[in-house]
Each structure stands twice: as C-alpha cells, then as structure tokens.
Design a protein around this ligand. Structure first.
Ligand SMILES: NC(=O)c1ccc[n+]([C@@H]2O[C@H](COP(=O)([O-])OP(=O)(O)OC[C@H]3O[C@@H](n4cnc5c(N)ncnc54)[C@H](O)[C@@H]3O)[C@@H](O)[C@H]2O)c1
Length: 363
C-alpha cells in the first residue's frame, strides 16, 4: 500500500500501464509516468469509489522535473474516460495554449475578464459562478477557445466536486485554478450589526471556497506534475476597510492560505500566488464614483478588470515559473501611500511641471 501522506493516484479508468508513455528508466526498471492522467486521488478508496479502480501495482515515488509524481500501473473496471497518450501540441504562440483553467466568480467583472484573457491566451476555460449570468459570459467569450459554464456555489463541497468532475470529464486535466469568487459589495456591514450568518457567508465563500477548490485542484495538478493556484485577495488583507470585518478577515486568510499552499505544494510542481486588486471598476458603477475613486490612486485612475486579468495571465504562464507564495499587488500605487491624498500635505498640484528645465537633466 502507498504512503497516504503524499501519494496521488493519477487514474485513467480502464487504462493499464501500456496506455502510458514510458518516460524514463530508473535502476533498469521501466518507469511509466501517468502523464495524461485524468484524476488524482489521495487514497485508493476514493479512486475505487469514483473510478472503480481495482488494482494499482508497482507504484513508487519519483522525483522528476523537480516534482513528485506517482508512477505505476493502474487498472480500472469502469471505462469512464479514455486514456490519452498525447499531450496537446505546445507549438502555438499563445502562452497558455493547451492549458486548462477553472475560474470561479466568472460571471462578471474581474472573474469574467480573467476567464476571457486566459481563453485569449489559448487556455480552455471553465467559468464557475453561482449566478446564471455565467452562461451568458461563457457564450460571449469567443476567441475560439473551448469554454464551459458551470453553475455552482464555491462554499459547497458538493458543488465544487461536481465542477471538478465536469472539468476532468471534458479535458482530463487542470493547469490553472483562479479562486476569484467572493461576496464583495454585499459583505459591507458594521461590526456591531454583524451576525453569525453574515460571518459564515462571507468567510465561507471567500475563504473556504478557495480551500475547497484548491483541495480538488491540487491532486489533479500533482498527478500532472504541476499547475498554478491563483487566489484573489484584497488590500483588506493587510489594511482594514470600514464596515468589512468579515471580508477583510477572509482576505487575510486567503493570503495566509496562499503562502501555506505554496509550501505544501511546491514539491509537486504546483505554485500558489495571490493577487491584490486595487480599486477596480465594476459594471454599472456611476461615473462620479469612478472619478472619486480615481482621485485616491497615485496612477490617477481606477483599475480595469483587464488590469487584473493581465496579472493573472502572467502568473499562470511559464514566465512566472519561479514565483510562488507571493502576493502581487495590482493597484496603481494605492496601498503604498502613507496618507490618503485628501490628507496629503505635498499635493500633486505642487509637483514640478514638465518643462525643459525639469527634463534636461535626464538627457
Ligand atoms: N473590484 C475590486 O475593486 C476588488 C478589489 C480587491 C479585491 N477584489 C477581489 O477580486 C475578486 C473579484 O471582485 P469583483 O469586484 O469582480 O467581484 P464581483 O462581486 O463583481 O463578482 C464576484 C463574482 O463571484 C460570484 N460569486 C459570489 N458568491 C459565489 C459563490 N458562493 N459561488 C460562486 N460564485 C460566487 C458572483 O456571482 C460574482 O459573479 C473578489 O475576490 C474580490 O474580493 C476586488
């Protein structure tokens, strides 16, 4: 039997060792890497339950390409998925060509923009949201990418399980998880008026939801030899918002979760990173509210959802291969300010104008 602490069983139901590429030889023994496995499980019992695996032989750990993989032959009695011998061709110029992404909270705003950007960069994308608008978002995504919409509550383990089953059934892998879903504007409530249900809802969706999705994604990614988990945090993780105790606590937890995931998952080739969006415009936001917010930002504008999507696309790509455990702030300089612009004594209006004299020294 396998040491349960680290073993992931990449299972292709109905597949035998012959279905997999022979990757390399170790000590004269052929090593069969389950390169295109469809599911990772932490116990044989779970694999048995979901895929009807009846035997797993000669599995042993191997360090390959810096990550742990489980090797061996696995036989299933229910052929629910076909074994695939070939990885997608990675010859397209798009940075994420052939990758599979799952983005939560993808019905609108930041999540939708992230899904759209990942699809534009070549990924196949599952858009997950509790709101029916996710179906419209998926339809409108375009870019010729393979896209699906899944209605689900990320605070429900059953819903999350269903989503991952759908992704595995369709694409047999998962490379990128973007934990973006959150209760945001709906979370605002003064602490003295907050109750247990408010706390449970906000922390449940914003933090437990990220845990539930990561828990399903990690074994899949480990079985493939890697992946990336991107958690959407907030400035509230490190600086408080008024009226957002539960939200800020959930985002503090999200950043702690990200760091801890990074450590636990690094040996499996899985990176975990957090993004802190600044003040990002949302659909239907009134123009004077956009102007007022822009006045508080050093770069003098609110962020667009596409600004966050660009950061997510970078973090998901191989260009970010050495970034894990980090929190990337995408906020136009909002958080580095010691004073709010309203309280600032050295105002922008007293900055030197760009004249011949001020630019001369740079020449
Ligand atoms: N917009 C900003 O200025 C800003 C700033 C900092 C952090 N963030 C973070 O960025 C992320 C996206 O922000 P946004 O402004 O686009 O949020 P939003 O409220 O516009 O969208 C959130 C999405 O999550 C979905 N959702 C809510 N509960 C869900 C659940 N239980 N299961 C599945 N989906 C659910 C909603 O239906 C919605 O589509 C959030 O994590 C938020 O905390 C946003």
């Amino acid at each position: 039997m396998f040491p349960p602490a680290w073993v992931t069983l990449p299972v292709v139901a109905g597949a035998t060792v012959g279905d997999f590429d022979v990757h390399e030889s170790v000590d004269g023994v052929d090593v069969h890497v389950l390169a295109d496995a469809v599911a990772g499980y932490l116990s044989l019992e779970a694999a048995e339950r979901d895929y009807g695996v009846v035997s797993a032989t000669s599995a042993s750990p191997m360090r390959s390409c810096g990550c742990l993989r489980t090797i061996g032959s696995i036989t299933g009695r229910r052929a629910t998925c076909a074994a695939r011998k070939e990885r997608p061709m990675e010859t397209a110029s798009s940075a994420l060509f052939g990758k599979v992404a799952l983005v939560t909270g993808a019905a609108r705003n930041i999540g939708r923009a992230v899904a759209e950007r990942l699809a534009r960069d070549g990924a196949n994308v599952a858009l997950v949201d509790v709101d029916a608008a996710v179906e419209v978002a998926a339809r409108e995504l375009g870019h010729g990418a393979d896209v699906i919409a899944l209605r689900a509550d990320v605070n429900s383990a059953t819903d999350v399980d269903r989503c991952f089953h759908e992704v595995v059934a369709r694409w047999q892998r998962l490379d990128i998880l973007v934990n973006n879903a959150a209760i945001t504007r709906g979370a605002v409530r003064h602490f003295l008026e907050g109750d247990e249900a408010w706390w449970d809802d906000v922390v449940g969706v914003n933090l437990k939801g990220q845990f539930l999705c990561a828990r399903r994604a990690a074994p899949l990614m480990a079985a493939q030899g890697g992946g990336v988990i991107i958690n959407m945090s907030s400035g509230g993780a490190t600086r408080a918002h008024r009226g957002m105790v539960a939200y800020d606590a959930s985002k503090g937890g999200s950043e702690a979760l990200t760091r801890a995931l990074a450590l636990d998952l690094a040996p499996y080739g899985i990176r975990a990173v957090a993004i802190v969006p600044g003040l990002i415009r949302y659909e239907g936001q009134a123009a004077d509210s956009v102007r007022a917010a822009a006045n508080t930002v050093p770069l003098a504008r609110m962020g667009a959802p596409a600004d966050i999507a660009a950061a997510a696309a970078f973090l998901a790509s191989d260009d970010a291969a050495y970034i894990t455990g980090a929190t990337i702030v995408v906020d136009g300089g909002l958080l580095v300010q010691q004073r709010s612009p309203q309280a600032e004594t050295f105002t922008v209006s007293s900055f030197p104008p760009l004249t011949e004299t001020t630019t001369e020294e740079g020449r």
